[in-house]
Design a protein around this ligand. Structure first.
Ligand code: FAD
Length: 346
């Protein structure tokens, strides 16, 4: 299987030398050597990079494998102003780069490659990336969740330019401006209610004839003075050249029209946790979310999961980062077979 996987890689760059770069040699290295780490972190977004700061600082040999700086949720975000200690706006890439540099300063290695398979039953555990294989005593999964697989015209082009999937993150940019929220679930309605604090008007565009949200939420949104509820209405296109200027909608049995808005918050399908490379080795909830204990450890000892992968109620970079730190401290305890966690305050 691994040889087949080895041919699937797209590209790879090593940012810190010291890795065995002989293509295809991964399996030959399983006895030890340069490809053996104390911990391998899969995903270098805020969750993974923050974990790396702590594991590297604890002198654990740390490798972070990430498929691409702009592939994660933070990486595609153009403006962030709410990360504590980093007055924005900064781009997501800039913020992640700051975290990565901090981790590297403590000795963490970063590799740009895609993880395509794991063996978490073996000891040490095995990580197969596109170009090589690695071993680790512990693994932290931090691959985030992916956005919707289908999109309406204009959505991708205007993402970060008025299109958003996160009112908590971007709502304040729309003070006194009209916005549209598209979706029919609890998340869409909670976000629409949140936006009423800032926006002059909120159009809630619901594709189905009725809301699919909790009764209390549905009642609150229905009677809110700033909200125009548009049931049975489909989003056809997001309009704008370089910035959102409106959303084209089509009510069932009616005429298409354009709602003049500055922001379009799309919640048509929630993000899916990225777990394909696990190949079913860990149990997930019905929504595909990994289950962890208070130390972020999965049912398999030494395998931890953090960040958006866990479908936390609030998806924010600071929460993902905090998850990463909890897991990192637990990894240190696991690798050293300690009974208690130990934190270095120096
Ligand atoms: C449009 C948008 C705007 C947002 N704005 C804000 C904001 O203003 N403030 C805020 O706090 N939060 C914001 N968020 C939320 C925040 O970005 C996420 O909560 C956070 O990035 C989650 O961190 P993570 O590390 O779990 O996942 P991610 O940031 O998604 O990182 C996951 C990483 O895993 C890598 N990866 C995935 N699969 C593989 C694989 N098989 N092999 C190797 N690597 C892999 C990806 O390349 C990626 O770098 C926003 C989200 C979106 C989508």
């Amino acid at each position: 299987m691994c040889q087949a996987l080895l041919s699937t890689h797209d590209f790879m760059t090593v940012e810190t030398m010291n890795l065995d770069m002989n293509l295809g040699l991964g399996l030959a290295n399983l006895g030890g050597g340069p490809n053996v780490y104390d911990v391998i972190i899969i995903g270098g977004g805020p969750a993974g990079a923050s974990a790396a700061i702590y594991t590297a600082r604890a002198d654990l040999r740390t490798l972070v494998i990430d498929k691409g700086m702009t592939a994660g949720a933070l990486g595609i975000t153009s403006k962030i102003s709410n990360y504590p200690g980093v007055p924005g706006p900064v781009s997501g890439v800039e913020l992640v780069e700051i975290m990565r540099q901090q981790a590297k300063s403590f000795g963490a290695e970063f590799l740009t490659d895609k993880v395509v398979g794991l063996d978490i039953a073996s000891d040490p555990k095995m990580v197969m990336a596109g170009t090589n294989s690695f071993q680790a005593k512990a693994i932290i999964l931090a691959t985030g969740s992916m956005g919707r697989t289908s999109s309406v015209p204009g959505e991708v082009e205007l993402l970060g330019r008025g299109v958003s999937y996160c009112a908590t993150c971007d709502g304040a940019f729309f003070r006194d401006k009209p916005v549209a929220v598209i979706g029919n679930n609890d998340e869409a309605i909670e976000e629409a209610l949140f936006l009423t604090k800032f926006a002059s008007q909120v159009y809630l565009v619901v594709p189905t004839p009725a809301l699919k949200a909790q009764e209390s939420l549905a009642a609150e949104i229905t009677h809110h003075e700033k909200v125009t509820l548009m049931l049975g209405t489909r989003l056809k296109r997001i309009e704008g050249a370089g910035q959102v200027t409106g959303v084209r909608v089509h009510p069932r049995g009616g005429e298409e029209s354009v709602l003049p808005v500055d922001g379009a918050f799309v919640y048509l399908q929630g993000g899916q946790p990225i777990t394909d490379y696990l190949m079913g080795q860990l149990k997930t909830s019905a929504e595909g979310c990994l289950v962890v204990d208070a130390e972020m450890q999965t049912a398999v000892p030494g395998v931890f999961a953090v960040g958006d992968l866990l479908c936390s109620h609030i998806k924010q970079a600071v929460i993902a980062a905090a998850d990463g730190v909890i897991a990192a401290v637990a990894v240190d305890k696991f690798v050293h077979n300690r009974k208690q966690v130990q934190i270095d305050w120096n």
